[in-house]
Design a protein around this ligand. Structure first.
Ligand code: FES
Length: 161
């Protein structure tokens, strides 16, 4: 192993409204740091290859795959995990529309669709389908998820009008 791979560095991360000081290795993924160093277990390891969306977090408000990002790359951007999402409207809609089964992929779906509700509440059916592409569920159907998302988008439109 090279010296670079072993080297640790003290950094600050802005996570869920708090500043955390931690030692990281340059090779640590953000998913590893969140789960193994900070105990934030909401972002889930699925494919760990950027294909399933179960590790989704917000970086500066944009949904990103934490498995595909090095912690050192985050810099001063604000990180929000499912634990830090204070607006529960999407969670409540998922619950009332049975939009989950085992729940493993649910935090990723919630963060990704919450971003859609905030950025494009007028999204068409086609756009919703495309938006859901990065998130994979193996055990629940997508119908409940789509219904939950549509309800939240409608409420968001009404709020904004
Ligand atoms: S675990 Fe990150 S996209 Fe699948």
């Amino acid at each position: 192993m090279s010296n670079l791979a072993q080297k640790s560095e003290l950094i600050q991360l802005l996570i869920n409204g708090q500043t955390e000081e931690i030692y990281i290795r340059h090779s640590d993924t953000l998913l590893f740091t969140l789960r193994e160093q900070l105990g934030l277990m909401g972002a889930k390891p699925g494919c760990e290859n950027g294909d399933c969306g179960s590790c989704t977090v917000f970086i500066g408000g944009t949904p990103m795959n934490a498995c595909h990002m090095l912690t050192i790359e985050v810099g001063n951007e604000k990180i929000t995990t499912i634990e830090g999402l204070s607006d529960n409207t999407m969670q409540e809609a998922f619950t009332s529309h049975w939009a989950l089964q085992c729940g493993y992929c649910t935090p990723g779906f919630i963060l990704n669709t919450y971003a859609l509700a905030k950025t494009n509440p007028n999204a068409s059916e086609e756009t919703i389908n495309e938006w859901l592409d990065p998130n994979i569920s193996r055990c629940t159907g997508y119908q409940g998820i789509k219904q939950a998302v549509k309800v939240v988008l409608k409420n968001e439109r009404e709020k904004q009008s």
